[in-house]
Design a protein around this ligand. Sequence first.
Ligand code: AMP
Ligand code: GLY
Length: 423
Amino acid sequence: MKLMVVGGGGREHAIIKKLKQNPNVTRIYALPGNGGIAKDAMCIPIGAKDIDGIVRFAVNNGIDYAVVAPDDPLVLGCVDALEAEGIPCFGPRANAAIIEGSKVFSKNLMKKYGIPTARYEVFTDMEKALAYVKTAPIPTVIKADGLALGKGVIIAGTRGEAEDAIREMMQDHKFGKSGDQVVIEEFLTGPEVSVLAFTDGKTVKPMVSSMDHKRAGDNDTGLNTGGMGTVAPNPYYTPDVADVCMKTIFLPTIAAMNAEGRTFKGCLYFGLMITPDGPKVIEYNCRFGDPETQVVLPLLESDLLTVMQATTNGTLAETEVKFRDAHACCVIMASAGYPVSYGKGYEITMPDDIADSVYVAGAAEKDGRLVTSGGRVLGVTAVADSLSEAIDAAYGKVSRIHFDNQFCRRDIGQRALKAGKEN
Ligand code: AMP
Ligand code: GLY
């Protein structure tokens, strides 16, 4: 079988390494992939947003199955366009990807179907939004409606910050059209849990839970990033919490999307907060999380391609989705200055014996060497019987990898370790 994976980060590298384990897979193309992915797949320089280019490539190269991993092509209708050419795909169609593509859509969906989430108001008029935050409880949360590279959420600690955020989104168009509408919502508290779930639109099978570390600095300080590390499972996601989530969030969301004529197939990502009033949805994503995938897929025992195809064919109920009873930790190695500005082109060296568990996020091949090309450069994962062993093993690998100006958080997994001991 010839597969095509759209995307080019650490998440896609983890997906590709797992897909390769299926003996029927003869070739994997990555569009565009990256210098590290090139060791595991044939990289083709077609961007993930170039839908016409992607479809043309798939048709001309006899692709048997396509995996569309990032949000942008999903929201732009990549799956619809590939299916129109008869190519089966993993991922939702555009009319379902809107669950991530529009926060106004997802908030209204949750309200209509009684799915627990933060209380909110939607604004299309800036003056009305500014008037609203004059009396709203502080802190308050301002969200741009559309995709904003993960930067469209502002937690405003003062009214002034809230007003600035509204002006940046609605007047200065910081996120382009994504900020034409804003959601202003209640600030919730509690530990966060990421749950990625396979679904064929009828059955939902959650994967092992995970915990992201979004801030750049140790102890959750500094700027928000795309994610500096993850662990799985997440100790806050106890069997009781999982039961409540299945009943009040996962199944109702699948049913709501069907009722709206927007059947969701693929991986639905539930960003949850375990509040004192129970689990609530912070956000939906229409795709695998990054860097959650780098800890979730290494724990998947079942064959990934088989499970993905079951979501496409509507046979997920009969398909086993089994995870190892173990722990995983992924530490992101980044370039100093990320997420603001950072240098590129530093040579990366790593021993061969750990390459299998290193997922390359931002690196290019130059004269046969691997050099950094992004802010987040590598995701280094280890799996072990206990969380503390997984953390130690991940940092052990990190210490054997070198590039100039590298930095990583030193506390990935520490919060989970503490919570695990308390539970
Ligand atoms: P998002 O970009 O939607 O993942 O949001 C980024 C982060 O903002 C989340 O991971 C939460 O930590 C935080 N956040 C979003 N919405 C809320 C909320 N209503 N209350 C508290 N924190 C929130
Ligand atoms: N790790 C957060 C995300 O993938 O959106």
